[in-house]
Design a protein around this ligand. Structure first.
Ligand code: NAD
Length: 362
């Protein structure tokens, strides 16, 4: 065994109903006096409850998915105007990502309070969109200094969005298995993330107001993000970045739809990863077919999104998408990616064909 593993420094609080107390403790410990809270109008009420025990210098609610550069500039100006010394983001990945965009240029600490399972809070990855192109980068300044998980804040997340967001987390775990810096540590974290999400999501679907499923999903989301931050972006993430940034497809639903196809595409060429994924999904067999079947079973059970055309992608978009993805395919991908096999993969995801159509003997 030979590898170099990096662990990111971050304080993590976990506790249902504890967000307000934990945020107050973190703000006090940091000695912050000019707190800027980022929360979209939809999250405002939840955010006000979380901030009940701190002084807020300024509220900012202009949150847009995939962070257009103009949206980032506006938030940076607000931070400068109010002399903010700490950013608190309360919301899903879009809200966390906006805080990251501010921290990237202003070097301010972030305390992230996530309300979905996107996992952005535990990574040092930022993303900005300009002229239909999403650019991502890695910078230690955007890693939130602290994360406050409170499952009660996710009770309002509708089941459909919970499922899509949870599968976004699961995608971090699966794609991390063959990402450029995959190693035994991030693979172990990813496998535990798969186990937690595969247990938690059906509990949420059966009882959206139950706390156990919500806690398992948040725990899994955190593990998935830690694994992803450590292992890097694999083929799945490259595909989803292109679809989100260029064709404005919604983030969580796109990940949920594309994941089974990338798994079926790569699993036969990555037997060890396929075995870890299959076992973590509860299968007795560790074959590529078992991994694909287990994920398919889970997504059918959860009524997960099935076809990219439901989100606006069309057949006419495929050649452009293929060209953009081909330019960024990670060299670590276990199966060679060509224009033909990538077109077949995206067409299957577009129409919702059975993911097993991508399985191929290697
Ligand atoms: P989102 O933040 O856009 O939220 C989706 C919707 O859910 C929004 O309408 C939001 O208001 C609503 N919502 C959020 N929490 C809720 C709650 N508890 N109850 C009810 N409604 C709620 O979506 P997302 O999938 O969480 O995040 C997607 C964004 O995050 C993308 O821009 C993506 O690029 C980014 N992201 C970044 C990383 C990273 O490491 N940098 C990782 C994952 C995602």
């Amino acid at each position: 065994m030979e590898f170099v593993h990096r662990t990111l420094p971050q304080q993590v609080y976990f506790g249902a109903g504890r967000a307000a107390a934990n945020l107050a403790a973190e703000v006090r410990q940091r000695g912050a006096s000019r707190v800027m809270v980022i929360a979209s109008p939809r999250e405002r009420e939840r955010a006000e409850r979380v901030c009940a025990r701190i002084d807020v210098a300024v509220w900012h609610d202009d949150v847009v998915q995939h962070v257009p550069v103009a949206t980032a500039e506006k938030a940076r100006s607000v931070a400068a105007e109010h002399g903010a010394d700490l950013l608190v983001s309360i919301g899903g990945g879009s809200t966390t990502s906006l805080a990251k965009a501010v921290a990237l240029t202003r070097g301010m600490p972030i305390v992230a309070v996530p309300t979905t399972y996107a996992g952005s809070e535990a990574t040092d990855v930022w993303g900005l969109t300009e002229e239909a192109t999403k650019t991502t980068g890695v910078d230690s300044r955007v890693l939130p200094a602290a994360v406050i998980y409170d499952a009660e804040l996710t009770l309002s997340l509708p089941v459909g969005l919970s499922v899509a967001s949870g599968l976004n987390g699961l995608a971090h775990c699966v794609d991390g298995m063959w990402a450029p810096r995959a190693d035994p540590i991030n693979q172990a974290l990813g496998a535990e993330g798969i186990r937690a999400l595969a247990r938690g999501l059906p509990l949420i679907a059966a009882d959206p107001s139950g706390i156990e499923g919500r806690e398992l999903a948040l725990y899994g989301a955190y593990l998935s993000a830690v694994a992803f931050a450590s292992a890097g972006s694999g083929l799945h993430h490259k595909i989803c970045h292109v679809l989100g940034g260029t064709y404005e497809l919604p983030h969580a639903e796109t990940h949920a739809t594309v994941l089974p196809y990338v798994l079926a595409f790569n699993a036969p060429a990555a037997p060890e990863a396929a075995g870890r994924i299959a076992h973590a999904l509860g299968s007795d067999s560790g074959t590529a077919e078992a991994a694909v079947a287990a994920l398919d079973e889970l997504r059918v059970r959860l009524h997960a999104p099935t076809a990219l055309r439901d989100y606006g992608l069309t057949e006419a978009d495929l050649p452009g998408a293929v060209e953009r993805v081909l330019a960024v395919v990670p060299p670590s991908n276990p199966r060679p990616v060509t224009g033909n096999n990538l077109t077949a993969l995206l067409r299957a995801a577009l129409t919702g064909a059975a993911p097993a159509t991508q399985l191929e003997e290697i």
